[in-house]
Design a protein around this ligand. Structure first.
Ligand code: F6P
Length: 321
């Protein structure tokens, strides 16, 4: 029997482009005469029955907005049996036959459990600035976050060069050095510290001292939050080299802002494909880009730890310094 009603939710950390994905989901479903409920604050909204019908018009004018109109939360309660029972009961009460989950790795893990344990038809759309979904090239929002961080680093470069200082810039990424690596390369940064690579501060300081003897006067060192704190690294550098150092934490600035064309296009294409997949009855899946093409994979595969090729960019940053 054809699906008549679905729900859409955003969960975990917001990412620029989530709104474009919501827009695509809602309009694709409504086009095929399927009702869409918007669930507020992610899994929490499903547990606490915070949801309302969305129309074609409710997603007007959001394509260019960062954040998510549906709000989002991290929801530990959804990891409990009681939480999942309540979420499943809400779906039953509102006759919702499938859900589109827009989020990152933790969100997909929740969707996978919900599908496996309760048979709830779920399709995931990868959206997180962490690029943490296995099997896909990238996630919605990453491109925007990288460009936001890069703009900040370009600004820091002006003052670093003018005042001849060392800057340590901390970017987001608790478990992943993806943003750090991309911005360090594109920003012409002198060094990068990421969770995926062992790092020797003494050696870096040695390179700094050598450079300074040759007349080099400013450095930008990017550190992913999962690999260390900017303040600490900066203090160590001054201790070892005696050179003046400043620390900058970019933090949540990277999560906001207007999505880039790439983040929006990807969100719209994935929103469309994910909805069609759900309506065709293919569940427990995630859709995303693989070598630039849209593919679908099992959620079970998508939640595995993402292993990505770090060395080529890491080594290139060093070579080009
Ligand atoms: O959404 C991913 C992320 O931005 C990570 O890069 C970061 O470590 C974390 O979320 C921060 O989470 P919160 O906003 O809950 O402090």
């Amino acid at each position: 029997m054809a699906i008549k009603k679905i729900a859409v939710l955003t969960t975990g950390g917001d990412a620029p482009g989530m709104n474009a994905a919501i827009r695509a989901v809602v309009r694709t479903a409504i086009d095929t005469k399927v009702e869409v409920m918007g669930v507020f604050r992610g899994w929490w909204g499903l547990i606490n029955e915070e949801l309302k019908p969305l129309s074609h018009r409710s997603v007007s004018g959001i394509i260019n907005q960062g954040g998510t109109i549906l709000k989002t939360q991290r929801c530990p309660e959804f990891r409990t049996k009681e939480g999942m029972d309540r979420a499943a009961a809400t779906l039953k009460k509102y006759n919702i036959e499938g859900i589109i989950v827009i989020g990152g790795n933790g969100s997909f893990a929740g969707a996978h459990e919900f599908y496996k344990q309760y048979g709830v038809a779920c399709v995931g759309i990868p959206a997180s600035i962490d690029n943490d979904i296995n099997g896909f090239d990238t996630t919605i929002g990453v491109d925007t976050a990288i460009n936001t961080a890069l703009t900040a680093i370009d600004n820091i470069r002006d003052t670093a060069t003018s005042m001849e200082r060392i800057f340590v810039v901390e970017v987001m990424g608790r478990e992943s050095g993806y943003i750090a690596l991309q911005v360090a390369l594109a920003g012409g940064c002198e060094d990068v510290i990421i969770p995926e690579k062992k790092f020797d501060c003494q050696q870096m300081c040695h390179r700094i001292v050598e450079g300074s003897i040759r007349g080099k006067a400013s450095w930008i060192i990017v550190v992913a939050e999962g690999a260390g704190r900017a303040e600490e690294v900066s203090r160590k550098i001054t201790e070892i080299t005696t050179l003046e150092t400043r620390a900058v934490v970019l933090g949540h600035i990277q999560r906001g802002g207007r999505p880039t064309a790439f983040s929006r296009d990807m969100a719209l294409r994935l929103g469309y494909e994910a909805t069609n997949l759900l309506l065709e009855g293919q569940c427990g899946k995630a859709v995303g880009l693989n070598n630039g093409k849209i593919i679908s994979i099992d959620l079970e595969e998508a939640i595995k730890k993402k292993i990505w090729e770090v060395d080529s960019i890491y080594n290139l940053i060093r070579k080009l310094t």
